[in-house]
Ligand binder design. Structure first.
Ligand code: SF4
Ligand code: SF4
Length: 459
């Protein structure tokens, strides 16, 4: 193919900044739905409650993680790790099929940049108006708009920080505490400040630079691409030679392809690249250039799809293979991990018992040649229902609790209590004899046990 001519696009008065032109179309609508939905979920999930508990909440003091009505404990850490691995495989699976649609349609950096750009456009106007304002706007025009824009950005950043902390500090307490200046923990104030500033800088100032220079995913996603990965592609066979022309120009006669070199696809690109130069790691697969170019094609009376989601094979006129071995591999790995997680979830303990020996002494001597040991028990009810619990102890003949233990434990409640075990001295196996505490939930199959040593005198 002959060399593709390059025309410089007006980048605006500030070379460090991309003046993105807004566009409309199918992919912009899709992005609007996905990004607003995800942001809405982020801002709402900590307020929504199921059975009196937030939809998502990290309760650090109680060492509990509430997710969609299920509560996870430190012992369930493995299940949560599996969930993260499944999410990673899910990302790989989708990337092999559709390229970086995560970046273009769902990534938080994209979502917050999207809302900040929306605010910018509402306050300062369209791309041309913003460039004009920065180039030759008078101070009286420039200053109020800039102040308002940055104040709104800071407001969104602040609420993002409050919401983030609200996943750790109950938001229904945090918000009133904040506005009455009675937040009792310094870390909450620190993290609100940190996330406010980080959001403002990331989405307001750094924007695409986070994708280009900070995000690791941008760096390694290309290894998942193959000639069958569907990604935003400029059809150079159809578009070149590019060049301006009147609408009624005969392309064949003028020796032109379908690209009229209007540069609108570059102006709408949030990372400022020209997709006509081929696949680039800066491309987020957001589809905005597809929308923009389709509008140009409509105006020219040409077929849509000069820029489109396509695989390398499709653009070369070859049939597309829908599933490649690596896609199947990621899919199978994901299915296996999902199955494992489901089994682990179903089998996880709903009742827990921890036993520790009292530090007061090794043992006490009881009546009738018996020996006593004192323990601390910690019982946890990991369900959302109140349960009747009883504890028993098993060991050599005659092992028993000095005081029987039976209690009611509320949903997700944990209680510590003392227990004294007595064993006839003649039954001891030596200085250390194993005994087992067992907690049982009345009226159910749930039970759990913990073994611990019972210390006696030297034989
Ligand atoms: S929007 Fe389409 S026609 Fe215009 S420069 Fe880009 S590829 Fe060419
Ligand atoms: S080249 Fe197109 S799809 Fe890629 S980031 Fe730019 S506008 Fe989005």
């Amino acid at each position: 193919m002959s060399d593709i001519p390059v025309r410089q696009v007006d980048a605006g008065p500030n070379p460090d900044r991309i003046y993105v032109r807004s566009t409309t179309g199918f992919y912009q609508k899709l992005r609007t739905v996905t990004l607003w939905t995800l942001m809405g979920l982020y801002f709402a999930a900590c307020w929504i409650q199921i059975n009196g508990r937030p939809l998502v909440h990290f309760d650090l003091p109680e060492r509990q993680f509430h997710l969609l009505g299920t509560t996870f404990w430190p012992q369930d850490f493995f299940i949560l790790t599996l969930l993260l691995i499944i999410a990673a495989f899910g990302l790989f699976f989708v990337t092999t099929l559709f390229g970086r649609i995560w970046c273009g349609f769902t990534c938080p950096q994209t979502a917050w940049t999207f809302i900040f750009m929306w605010v910018e456009e509402k306050v300062e106007g369209s791309r041309n108006q913003r460039m004009k304002l920065d180039r030759k706007g008078s101070l009286s025009q420039w200053l109020p708009r800039k102040v308002l824009k940055h104040a709104l950005w800071l407001g969104i950043g602040f609420w993002t920080g409050v919401t983030f902390v609200g996943y750790f500090y109950p938001i229904r307490e945090l918000v009133p505490d904040l506005f009455t200046f009675s937040v009792t923990t310094g870390w909450a104030v620190f993290w609100i400040g940190f996330f406010s500033v980080a959001t403002y800088l990331n989405a307001g100032w750094m924007r695409e630079k986070v994708c280009l220079y900070v995000c690791p995913y941008a760096r390694f996603q290309s290894v998942m691409f193959s000639p069958d990965t569907r990604t935003v592609t400029y059809d150079a066979n159809r578009g070149e030679p590019r060049g301006p022309r009147r609408k009624d120009t005969d392309r064949a006669e003028a020796g032109l392809g379908d690209c009229i070199d209007c540069s609108i696809c570059v102006q709408v690109c949030p990372t400022g690249i020209d997709i006509r130069n081929g696949m680039q790691y800066e491309c987020l697969d957001c589809g905005l250039c597809v929308d923009a170019c389709n509008q140009v094609m409509d105006r020219m009376g040409y077929d849509r799809g000069l820029i489109r989601y396509a695989t390398e094979r499709e653009v070369e006129g070859q049939p597309r293979r829908r599933f490649q071995p690596r896609t199947l591999g990621y899919g199978v790995a994901m299915a296996l991990l999902l199955g494992t997680m489901a089994v682990l979830l179903m089998q996880r303990d709903t009742l827990d018992i921890e036993v520790s020996r009292d530090r007061g002494g090794l043992y006490q001597t009881g009546p009738n040649a018996t020996i006593e040991n004192s323990y601390s028990l910690k019982l946890s009810n990991r369900t959302n229902q109140t349960r009747e619990l009883s504890v028993r102890v098993a060991g050599p003949e005659g092992t028993h609790l000095l005081e029987p233990i039976a209690m009611e434990l509320g949903p997700l409640d944990t209680r510590s209590l003392p227990a004294v075990v007595r064993i006839p001295q003649r039954e001891l196996e030596g200085m250390s004899t194993p005994v087992t505490f067992e907690v049982i939930a009345e009226g159910s199959e749930a039970r759990n046990s913990a073994e611990t040593p019972f210390i006696g005198p030297r034989p």
